[in-house]
Write a new protein. Structure first.
Lengths: 565, 352
C-alpha cells in the first residue's frame, strides 16, 4: 500500500476502569438520577415562572401528548406501566383541581409533586445502564468480529478466518489531533462532535474511542435502537443514554438537557451527533441541532460558577469527521432528502433491491472488497470555539491566552443569562461546521462524484435539480478526456484550499490522475446495486443512478468548488 | 456600575472625540465617570486641563488618555466613535487589551472592506457581501470581544450637544448589551430603543448617508418639498432592497435607524453628507469640497462600496448608481436627475 498511516497502539489513559468517569457515574446512578430529576423540576418551575396556572397547563399538555403517544405510537421498549403511570397523573391532576378546600399554596405543592414524579420517571428512563464488564465484552466482540470479516475477505482461503494479517486499523485510519485528545481527556472533560452519515457511526466512533485508549464516552442514542434487545445490550454497554424522539414535551426535553449537562459536569466525556440525525443529503451538516450543544456551554458556566476555574473544570469540544467511500443507507437517505425538499416535484421510483440477482451481487461485493474509512480528529476548542493550547488554555485569534470564564462575566461576576448562552450556542455551532469543513478528508470517490455531477449539470444548464435527477441515465455521457481535465481543475482548487488549511485530502489523491479516477470510480458507492458512476466501452463516463451520484457529490459542497463550472 | 464596585470605580470608555463621540461622552458622563481616548497628546491634555476638545465643551466627569491599555483596564464597557476609514486600525490598536468580558458598542455609520493584502477597491472592482464588513463585524473579526452592539438613529451631534430631545436605537444580538446601553444612556431627553437585528440597524445607518447626499443635491438645485418627498420615499425602497441583500431585515429599515435617521439627515444642513450633495449641486468639485471639510462624510465611501457590491448582486439601485456617476464619473447632477425621472419604476411598494 502506498498510503502510509502510522498504525499506533495507544495505551489506555486510565488503566484502571475504576477511574473512568462513566464507571463512577454508574456507581452513583441512583443518586445521580435523583439529582437530575430534582434539578429538572427546578428548571421547569423557573420556566413556568413559578406560576401554578402555567404549571398546570404544562402538566396537562404533557399528559395529553403522552396519552396520545401511548395510543398511536407504542414501542416494544416502552415500560409496561406506561399506561397506568399516566392514568395516575391524570387522576392526581383532576383531584387537585376539583377538590375544594385547598388553598393556592397547597395546590402548587401538589402540582410540584406531580411534576417531580414525571421528571423522576423521565430521568430514570434516560439514564444509561453502563456496566464495565459488558463494555469490555462488547468492545472485544466488535473488534474481533470486524477483523474476522476483513481477513476473510482479503486473504483468500479457509485459513484466512483465523488470520491476523489485517486488523481493523488497516481499514479505518484515524488521523488528526489524537494525542491532544488523549491528553485533554485526562485533564478536563471532552465533548466529541462527529459528523453523521450512517448508522454505523455510533459503533465506529465507540471503537475509535477505545482504540485511542480513552475511557468510554456517554452519548444519546435513539430509543428506537433499544427496541431490538441485542442492540439494547450493545448500546447500554457503550454508555448510551436514551433519547426518545417521540417525546417532544417541555418536561422531557428539560430533563434530557439536565441529564446531559449534569453528566458533563460530573466529568463524563460525552458524544453528540450535532446534526441530530444522519445527513440526508450527503452534505456536511451546516445547520446543527443546538439543544444538546447548549448543555456543554451550560455545564461550563456552571463549573465556573462553582469556582472550578482550572483545567479540571474545563470543557473541550472536539469535532470529528468520518469519511466514507460508501454509505450503506445512501439510497434511502437521498430519497428522504429529495422528497422533503422537492415535495410533489419528486416522486419515488421503485427501489434498488428489486431482484435477487442484485442483492446477491451486493453481498458478494461486500465480502470480497474492502472500503476504506477514515476518521479525522479535529483540534480541541473551548465552548466558545477558541482553539486551546497543550495545557488546555484558550487562545484568541492572535494566539494570546484568554480565559473562557470572561465570556460569562458581567459586572465582575459569573452570571446566568440564557439569552446570552443561546447566542454562544449559535456561535459554537458555526465554529463546529467551520472545523468540519477544515478537517474533512477528500477521497478519490468524492472527487469523481463531484466532477461527474457538476459536468452533467453543466451539460443540462436549463434543467433545475429535480428535472436533472430525472434525466434518463442512458442519455448521460461525458467524454473521458474532458472528465479528466475537469478532475484536474477541481483537484488543483482543492489543493489550493488545502494549503490554506481549509480542507484536507487523503494521501491517495497524490497519485496519477488516471489512477485516481479509476480507483475513485471503483470506490464510489461500491456496494450499491446501482452504481453512481459507470464507464462505457469507449471509456466515457455515465451513471446508473443520478440521485446517488448527487448524494456522493454533495460531500464537496460548501467549498465554492461549484464556481469552477 | 460605578456605585456597585466602590473599591475601584469603573469608567465608561469612549474612543474618539469627534463631534458625535463628544456628544455621547457628555450624555454618558451625566450618569457615570467617563474615560475618553484620543490619539494626540495635545487633545488629551486639553481635555484633562480645560474640559474641552477642539472647541467642544466636555463634562467635568470626563478624563482623557491616549493609552489603549489603560482604557481597557479601567472600563468594562467601551463606545467606539471613530470614522469608518480609521476604524479597523483603532480596533487593532485596542485588540491586544480587550478580553471577552468587555462590552463594545459602536456608533460608526460606515463600511469597511475585507480584502486580501495588496487588493484595493480599485483593483478588485467587484465585491461580494463577504468582502464587506460592517463595524460590528470588524470588531468580531479583530478582537476577542463578542458582546457587541451598535448605536444608530437620528442623532445629529449639534442638536445632542444642545440637549434637545432625541432618541437612538441600540442593536445587539445580546439583550444584556442593549440593557446596559439603555441604562447608561437613557435620560429625560434621550430615549433608547433596542433591536436584535444588529446588521439591519448598521446597514440602515450606512445606507441613509447615500440618500442624504442626494437630498443635499436636490436642495442645492433649488428643488422643493415634492422632490424631497419623492427622494425619501424612493430612497427608502432602495435602502430596503440593499439592506436585504446585505443581510438586514426590512423591519430595521422602517425603524429609528432607517427612516428616522433618513428623514433627519435629509432635512439637515448640519449633516456632512447633506452638505456634500448641496455643494456639489452648487457647482463645486468633489475634491474641493472634501479638502475643506474637517470631518468625514461617510456617504462618499459608502457609495463606492455599494457600487462595487452592485456588480455582484442581482439588484438595481438607481439612486446609488447615478450618484456614483455624479461623484466619480463627472455626470452632471441635472442629467442624473433626468435619468431618474425616466427610470421605469412602476410599483410604488414592492417589498411587503
Amino acid at each position: 500500500m502506498e498510503e502510509k498511516y502510522i498504525k499506533h497502539k495507544y495505551e489506555p489513559i486510565h488503566p484502571s476502569k475504576d477511574e473512568w468517569p462513566v464507571v463512577k457515574l454508574a456507581r452513583e446512578r441512583k443518586e445521580f438520577v435523583k439529582k437530575v430529576a430534582d434539578l429538572s423540576e427546578d428548571r421547569i418551575l423557573k420556566l413556568t415562572g413559578n406560576n401554578p396556572d402555567i404549571l398546570k397547563e404544562e402538566l396537562e399538555t404533557t399528559l395529553y401528548r403522552e396519552k396520545l403517544r401511548i395510543k398511536q405510537n407504542p414501542w416494544v421498549v416502552d415500560p409496561d406501566d406506561d399506561g397506568s403511570f399516566w392514568s395516575g397523573v391524570k387522576s392526581s391532576l383532576v383531584q387537585i383541581s376539583t377538590e375544594a378546600g385547598r388553598n393556592k399554596v397547597k395546590k402548587f405543592q401538589e402540582y410540584k409533586s406531580v411534576l417531580n414524579s414525571i421528571t423522576a420517571r423521565y430521568a430514570e428512563e434516560i439514564a444509561s445502564n453502563f456496566k464495565a464488564t459488558h463494555y469490555k465484552f462488547t468492545r472485544s466482540v466488535v473488534t474481533y468480529g470486524f477483523s474476522r470479516l476483513l481477513n476473510a475477505a482479503r486473504v483468500k482461503g479457509f485459513k484466512s478466518i483465523f488470520s491476523n494479517q489485517y486488523t481493523l486499523q488497516d481499514k479505518i485510519q484515524i488521523t488528526g489531533e489524537t494525542d491532544q485528545l488523549r491528553d485533554l481527556a485526562t485533564k478536563g472533560t471532552v465533548v466529541m462532535v462527529p459528523t453523521h452519515f450512517s448508522n454505523l457511526d455510533s459503533i465506529l466512533i465507540g471503537w475509535v474511542i477505545s482504540v485511542l485508549g480513552l475511557p468510554p464516552f456517554i452519548y444519546g442514542a435513539g430509543l428506537n435502537l433499544f427496541n431490538i434487545s441485542i442492540f439494547a445490550y450493545f448500546m447500554n454497554s457503550l454508555g448510551a443514554y436514551k433519547v426518545d424522539r417521540r417525546k417532544k414535551n417541555l418536561m422531557y426535553l428539560e430533563t434530557l438537557k439536565t441529564y446531559s449537562k449534569e453528566a458533563i459536569q460530573f466529568g463524563c466525556h460525552s458524544l453528540f451527533f450535532p446534526g441530530g440525525t444522519r445527513s440526508r443529503s450527503g452534505m456536511i451538516e451546516s445547520k446543527l441541532k443546538l439543544g444538546l450543544l447548549s448543555t456543554a456551554i451550560e455545564a461550563q458556566r456552571a463549573n465556573f460558577e462553582n469556582g472550578l476555574d482550572d483545567i479540571s473544570g474545563k470543557i473541550f469540544i472536539v469535532p470529528v469527521t468520518i469519511n466514507y467511500h460508501f454509505v450503506l443507507e445512501a439510497p434511502s437517505l437521498i430519497r428522504d432528502h429529495l422528497s422533503i425538499t422537492g415535495q410533489e416535484r419528486y416522486y419515488k421510483e421503485n427501489d434498488e433491491f428489486s431482484n435477487s440477482y442484485k442483492i446477491s451481487k451486493f453481498l458478494i461485493k461486500f465480502f470480497t472488497k474492502g472500503s476504506d474509512i477514515s476518521v479525522s480528529v479535529g483540534k480541541a476548542m473551548d465552548v466558545l470555539g477558541n482553539y486551546v493550547d497543550v495545557d488546555g488554555r484558550s487562545l484568541d485569534k492572535h494566539g494570546r491566552v484568554i480565559n473562557t470564564r470572561d465570556y460569562f462575566i458581567s459586572d465582575g461576576k459569573v452570571s446566568v443569562d440564557n439569552q446570552r448562552e443561546e447566542e454562544y450556542t449559535n456561535m459554537l455551532g458555526k465554529r463546529i461546521v467551520e472545523e468540519f469543513h477544515k478537517i474533512n478528508r477528500v477521497f478519490n470517490s468524492h472527487l469523481v462524484a463531484f466532477v461527474a455531477f457538476e459536468m452533467i449539470k453543466k451539460q443540462n444548464r436549463k434543467l433545475d435539480l429535480f428535472d436533472l435527477l430525472r434525466l434518463p441515465e442512458e442519455e448521460i455521457s461525458i467524454p473521458y478526456g474532458e472528465f479528466k481535465a475537469s478532475c484536474h481543475l477541481v483537484l488543483d482548487k482543492i489543493n489550493e484550499l488545502k494549503s490554506q488549511g481549509l480542507i484536507n485530502t487523503a494521501p491517495h489523491l497524490s497519485l496519477d490522475m488516471d489512477e485516481i479516477i479509476k480507483r475513485g470510480m471503483e470506490n464510489v458507492g461500491m456496494y450499491h446495486a446501482k452504481r453512481p458512476i459507470i464507464q462505457d466501452k469507449k471509456g466515457d463516463i455515465g451513471t446508473d443512478d443520478m440521485s446517488l451520484l448527487y448524494f456522493y457529490h454533495n460531500r464537496l459542497t460548501g467549498y465554492g468548488l461549484e464556481k469552477l463550472y | 456600575m460605578d456605585s456597585k464596585n466602590s473599591t475601584k470605580p469603573k469608567y465608561i470608555g469612549v474612543i474618539g472625540v469627534g463631534s458625535f463621540g463628544a456628544a455621547i461622552a457628555n450624555i454618558l458622563a451625566a450618569k457615570s465617570p467617563v474615560m475618553v481616548y484620543a490619539r494626540k497628546q495635545e487633545v488629551v491634555d486639553e481635555i484633562n486641563a480645560s474640559h474641552s476638545a477642539q472647541g467642544k465643551k466636555l463634562s467635568e466627569n470626563i478624563i482623557a488618555s491616549n493609552d489603549p491599555e489603560q482604557l481597557c483596564k479601567s472600563c468594562d464597557v467601551l463606545f467606539f466613535m471613530v470614522p469608518s476609514s480609521g476604524f479597523q486600525n483603532v480596533v487593532r490598536t485596542f485588540s491586544p487589551f480587550l478580553f471577552p468580558y468587555h462590552l463594545i458598542i459602536h456608533g460608526t455609520k460606515g463600511l469597511c472592506l475585507n480584502l486580501k493584502d495588496g487588493e484595493t477597491l480599485e483593483t478588485v472592482k467587484k465585491i461580494r457581501r463577504s468582502q464587506i464588513l460592517t463595524m460590528s463585524e470588524v470588531i468580531l473579526q479583530e478582537t476577542v470581544a463578542v458582546r457587541v452592539g451598535c448605536l444608530a438613529g437620528p442623532n445629529l451631534s449639534k442638536e445632542l450637544a444642545q440637549g434637545q430631545p432625541a432618541a437612538t436605537v441600540i442593536a445587539s444580538k445580546y439583550n444584556e448589551v442593549i440593557l446596559e446601553g439603555q441604562s447608561l444612556l437613557r435620560s429625560e431627553k434621550f430615549q433608547v430603543y433596542g433591536n436584535s437585528d444588529i446588521i439591519g440597524v448598521e446597514i440602515s445607518g450606512v445606507l441613509k448617508n447615500i440618500i442624504a447626499i442626494a437630498s443635499g443635491a436636490l436642495a442645492g438645485l433649488g428643488l422643493g418639498e415634492n422632490a424631497k418627498g419623492l427622494l425619501i420615499s424612493r430612497g427608502m425602497v432602495e435602502m430596503i432592497h440593499l439592506g436585504n441583500a446585505l443581510g438586514g431585515s426590512i423591519k430595521s429599515v422602517m425603524g429609528l435607524a432607517g427612516i428616522g435617521d433618513l428623514v433627519a439627515t435629509c432635512n439637515s444642513v448640519h449633516s456632512r453628507n447633506f452638505t456634500v450633495g448641496f455643494r456639489l449641486a452648487k457647482g463645486e468639485s468633489l475634491d474641493a469640497i472634501l479638502a475643506d471639510m474637517d470631518e468625514v462624510a461617510e456617504g462618499i465611501n459608502t457609495v463606492r462600496i455599494i457600487k462595487a457590491f452592485l456588480e455582484t448582486a442581482d439588484l438595481r439601485a438607481p439612486i446609488t448608481e447615478n450618484l456614483y456617476r455624479v461623484l466619480f464619473e463627472d455626470l452632471e447632477i441635472e442629467d442624473a436627475l433626468q435619468f431618474l425621472m425616466k427610470y421605469p419604476f412602476n410599483v410604488d411598494v414592492d417589498f411587503v
